[in-house]
Ligand binder design. Structure first.
Ligand SMILES: [Zn+2]
Length: 309
């Protein structure tokens, strides 16, 4: 039984790779730059303290469940983002990356206060990780970012390893992130979900300016993602068009990458099709070249290229 499953997984990975080789620059072969996976198997992969099984919504989102949504839309590579349920235990993500060679890149979570941080990061990068997630949740004192020796190590080590720091932030953290980018100009940065502009009501002009201002740092990138949670929060999401355009103009398509934020994008009546369709099919101001960058090439460059290990 196990063998059958492994054989199936191996052949589906081979099929994906083959497909990519046939038309490397053609349409499709898109990359989704932000997906979370988890398993109901909490025996093997226990949840971190503070999380209960009932917090896992949906209860399961495995690679196979993801493929059912993304493959029909021409998405065959995915950047996995370590899920908060597991915090710094990156094993499930790493195991899924190993089980599907060539399909996944990964963004891990590390404890920046733990000893041996640089070595931990190096080891994760050797296992295929290409980014490290940081966030500005309520529990974090934001001034820690600037004063923390751990954060300094994290940003410097990411630059040395040629991987990215990936902040999940709200708009009010943008000025602080701008400072971090100034301090660490060699570190590649990928901001999640337009820095959640317009998640809690319309974006203020100042917030938009602060996001666009990050473009002055050559190594900053923005994820055009989580459309289910932004603006009108309603398909076809074209109310987000003006922000997509501003971000494309400020950063250039080479520094913008599309992502779904599954499984949340496929809950409560939202669909994977509508998530990719806003960029692929619905915004007239995006050229074919813009789309190639935003739907594949930017994420490929940032998350699927060699690291310095
Ligand atoms: Zn997410």
């Amino acid at each position: 039984m196990k063998q059958t499953r492994r054989t199936f997984l191996a052949s589906s990975a081979a099929a994906l790779t083959g497909c990519h080789l046939l038309s490397p620059s053609g349409k499709g072969n898109w990359i989704d730059a932000h997906v979370h996976v988890w398993t109901p198997d909490v025996e093997k992969y226990p949840l971190t303290r503070g999380y209960a099984v009932s917090d896992m919504q949906p209860p399961s989102f495995t690679p196979e469940q993801l493929f059912a949504h993304c493959k029909p839309e021409g998405v065959n590579r995915i950047v996995l983002i370590q899920m908060s349920y597991y915090q710094t235990d990156n094993r499930y993500m790493l195991d899924m990356m190993r089980a599907h060679p060539g399909v996944f890149s990964g963004v891990a979570i590390v404890d920046e206060h733990a000893s041996g941080l640089a070595e931990t990061m190096r080891s994760l990068v050797q296992q295929g990780v290409r980014g490290f997630r940081i966030h500005s949740g309520k529990e974090r004192n934001l001034s820690d970012w600037l004063g923390s020796p751990g954060m300094a190590t994290l940003w410097k080590t990411a630059a040395e390893l040629k991987v990215s720091v990936c902040p999940l932030i709200n708009p009010d953290t943008l000025p602080l992130l701008d400072k971090m980018c100034e301090w660490y100009p060699d570190t590649s940065v990928v901001v999640d979900h337009f820095a959640r502009l317009s998640m809690a009501g319309p974006a203020k002009p100042e917030e938009v300016r602060n996001l666009l201002r990050l473009a002055r740092h050559a190594k900053t990138h923005v994820k055009a993602s989580a459309f289910y949670a932004l603006g009108a929060k309603k398909a076809p999401y074209t109310d987000m068009g003006p922000l997509v355009r501003q971000v494309r103009d400020a950063f250039g398509p080479q520094r913008v990458m599309w992502a779904s934020d599954c499984p949340f994008q496929v809950e409560h009546g939202h669909t994977y099709h509508n998530a990719i369709a806003i960029i692929r099919d619905r915004l007239d101001f995006l050229s074919e070249q813009d789309k190639a960058w935003m739907l594949r090439d930017t994420a490929e460059k940032v998350f699927f290229s060699a690291a310095a290990v």
